[in-house]
Design a protein around this ligand. Structure first.
Ligand code: FES
Ligand code: FES
Length: 157
């Protein structure tokens, strides 16, 4: 089947098996390997991407279901020149170690901060509770997200 959607601002048309997940389509057909695949069961959050602005698990949907949508991966949240405020905050707070969970953390946090730039620590913890990290203990991740709120309030992300 053909699946046509937008990825990081570019229209794509991919020939896929109907059973192919969006995660595997992004990684293997479009070479966007920043989207990680951990559990493949919707549990770990490593595969989180933005679908029409909402954080979704790309392992839980089929590529053909993205037809007509706007998909943004962690690559699409980066800039050529330097780190974004959210990325810089993760570095500043040592919010990553192995980095496997980081793309999902960044995409999830970006969606949260875009919609709720005034969110507090409890809200950050609630939203990130669906993203597993086996390294950091989460405290530094929550601090990084809270510290990045300023950039989203100013709209300069
Ligand atoms: S790989 Fe999708 S939630 Fe774990
Ligand atoms: S930094 Fe290793 S899993 Fe989160």
């Amino acid at each position: 089947m053909k699946a046509r959607f937008e990825v990081n601002g570019h229209e794509v048309e991919v020939a896929v098996e109907p059973r192919l997940t969006l995660a595997d389509c992004l990684r293997h057909h479009l070479r966007l390997t920043g989207t990680h695949v951990g559990c493949e069961h919707g549990v770990c959050g490593a595969c989180t991407v933005l679908l029409d602005g909402k954080a979704v698990r790309s392992c839980l949907m089929l590529a053909v279901q993205a037809e007509g949508s706007k998909v943004v991966t962690v690559e699409g949240l980066s800039k050529d020149e330097g780190l974004t405020p959210l990325q810089a905050s993760f570095r500043k707070h040592h919010a990553l170690q192995c980095g496997f969970c980081t793309p999902g953390m960044i995409t999830t946090a970006h969606a949260l901060l875009t919609e709720e730039p005034e969110c507090d620590a409890d809200r950050v913890r609630e939203v990130l509770s669906g993203n597993l990290c086996r390294c950091t203990g989460y405290v530094s991740i929550v601090e990084a997200v809270l510290d990045a709120r300023t950039a989203y309030k100013g709209g300069s992300r």
